[in-house]
Design a protein around this ligand. Structure first.
Ligand SMILES: Cc1cc2nc3c(=O)[nH]c(=O)nc-3n(C[C@H](O)[C@H](O)[C@H](O)COP(=O)(O)OP(=O)(O)OC[C@H]3O[C@@H](n4cnc5c(N)ncnc54)[C@H](O)[C@@H]3O)c2cc1C
Length: 476
């Protein structure tokens, strides 16, 4: 009988590979999770390989969380088309998946004569992308819409369909959908090497090799490195850091819309926006770096934001700061997403820069269409399993406010995180779900625990203890 000991090294590796998948998706950010969820709903055998301990731990967790329409994207690009379609799909699927959205509208404000002059071309650009609902606003109308703006606004544009999204829940919802519909999620499974032989890819991970007929590269900041591992060389990622300041919930009533500046060629600029969790954001910066792990905030970056914020909305600066953070955009030398399907059964989905939460569902739809066109046999699940994520939005009922729910299960009435009013029941659910929190940060993204005013000073120790105790009982 053949045993591993008497097989050649190559044959032994093949035996160790327990399964050949139809598709391997590399990267468990919003884009990879959306693609994996869409493919498993087409009855394909899919493995999702994520380098870290949890899904959504890369750029997808640290962004501005705006539900973009794509009005300011370059017409004719992948980005313009996919953001517009993704915006629509997020709304259509919100009820099934449970993620909240708020259509606050965005107000783009001109602060000098040159910016005022450019409003016409921004409107024309929006129409060229297919977005026609943009409205020109006079100086007085701008102040009627946002009475707390600083002095000096000259006019603006209202984009009624821009809004707020919950980037944390969208990723968790898509990863959960993937798993409950039969997908295989492997965390701590960084792809470190790849071979393409005899019509199949073999990917090397610390958890063992993985074979798949197709590979989708959705590795975010590392998508250029993974591209090279797969024998391609099409782009280089330059991380563009965006630092942000989160103001306390008491500031929420100051701001009604997403307040945008007139964009430049390199950045959408510094905005002031409410968050779906009830805070107000100021940021982001735009700094081109070389280090893909440089997610720290800096004194200079924050000082620059305070200076801009003081001009946009002086009253905001009188409010307390809850937290600061930064995220890295996967910018490349190309002015569009790096999306391409190659004859070696490889789909490159790299360089998804500043708009990927909004476009993710449309990117996934595109991948499904492209694989189908290339002859991959699919059958849409007639009755996919659905699991809605718990609500984290301030504008909808939270468990601590739901008397009937607390009566049925008192754990939802026992508050652990006082700042964000997160109950024991929610923490328990996050640790026992089909995609349980991989670490404390993952628990924060599933519940909002530790994300409030005290940043975990009050409940951090207790929640850390619970996470280690409960993780032994959760699903794999
Ligand atoms: C400051 C800022 C503001 C933004 N604002 C918005 C906004 O308002 N609205 C919006 O829609 N978008 C916004 N974005 C963009 C959005 O956050 C990104 O486009 C999106 O999160 C990209 O998702 P992703 O899945 O491609 O990447 P990621 O979320 O980074 O996921 C990639 C994953 O791949 C994994 N990985 C890497 N290498 C490997 C490997 N070798 N093997 C296995 N796994 C690997 C990583 O660990 C990571 O989890 C913003 C981004 C930033 C930085």
């Amino acid at each position: 009988m053949a045993t591993l000991a008497n097989l050649s090294p190559k044959a032994a590796i093949i035996v160790l590979v327990e399964h050949a998948f139809d598709v391997a998706v590399i990267g468990g950010g919003v884009v990879g999770c959306a693609i994996a969820s869409a493919l498993v709903r087409e009855s394909l055998q899919v493995v999702l390989l994520e380098a870290t301990a949890d899904v959504g731990a890369g750029t997808s967790k640290a962004n501005t969380a705006i539900w973009h329409t794509g009005f300011d994207a370059k017409p004719g690009t992948h980005e313009a088309r996919l953001v517009a379609r993704g915006h629509q799909l997020l709304a259509e699927r919100g009820d099934d998946f449970g993620w909240p959205l708020e259509r606050t509208g965005a107000l783009l404000v001109a602060w000098d004569a040159d910016q005022l002059f450019r409003l016409d071309s921004i409107s024309a650009n929006a129409r060229a992308t297919g977005y026609a609902r943009i409205e020109v606003k006079s100086q007085s109308q701008v102040y009627e819409l946002e009475p707390n703006l600083g002095v000096g606004a000259l006019g603006g544009l209202l984009v009624p369909d821009e809004g707020l999204l919950d980037p944390w829940s969208i990723v968790i919802a898509l990863a959960t959908d993937f798993v409950v519909n039969g997908g295989t999620l492997r965390r701590k499974a960084a792809v470190t090497g790849a071979v393409h032989e005899a019509g199949a890819h073999e990917l090397h991970t610390p958890a063992g090799p993985v074979r798949a007929a197709w590979v989708i590269n959705a590795a975010g900041l590392n998508s250029d490195v993974v591209d090279r591992l797969l024998g391609h060389e099409g782009f280089t990622i330059t991380p563009r850091r965006g630092q942000l300041i989160v103001f306390d919930k008491l500031a929420r009533s100051l701001v009604k819309h997403v307040i945008l500046p007139v964009p430049t060629a390199t950045t959408k600029g510094v905005l002031v926006a409410p968050t779906i969790y009830g805070n107000v954001l100021l940021g982001p910066t735009a700094e081109d770096l070389t280090d893909k792990a440089a997610t720290e905030t800096t004194a200079t970056g924050l000082a620059g934001l305070f200076e801009k914020g003081r001009a946009i909305m002086p009253k905001l600066l009188m409010e307390e700061v809850t937290a600061t953070y930064s995220g890295l955009r996967a910018a490349s030398e190309h002015s569009d997403y790096c999306y391409e399907v190659f004859p070696d059964n490889y789909v490159r989905v790299g360089g998804i820069r500043s708009t990927g939460i909004s476009s993710a569902l449309a990117i996934a739809e595109q991948v499904v269409a492209d694989l189908r066109e290339r002859g991959v046999a699919m059958q849409t699940l007639a009755t996919p399993a659905t699991v809605a994520v718990p609500n984290l939005a301030e504008s909808r009922m939270r468990p601590y406010q739901d008397a009937a729910r607390i009566a049925a299960d008192p754990a939802y009435g026992r508050i652990l995180c006082l700042c964000e009013r997160v109950s024991l029941g929610e923490v328990r659910d996050a640790l026992m779900s089909p995609v349980p929190a991989g670490d404390i940060d993952g628990l924060r993204r599933r519940t909002r625990a530790l994300a409030g005013r005290c940043q975990g000073f009050h409940c951090g120790a207790l929640i850390t203890e619970m996470t280690s105790a409960w993780s032994g009982h959760s699903h794999a």
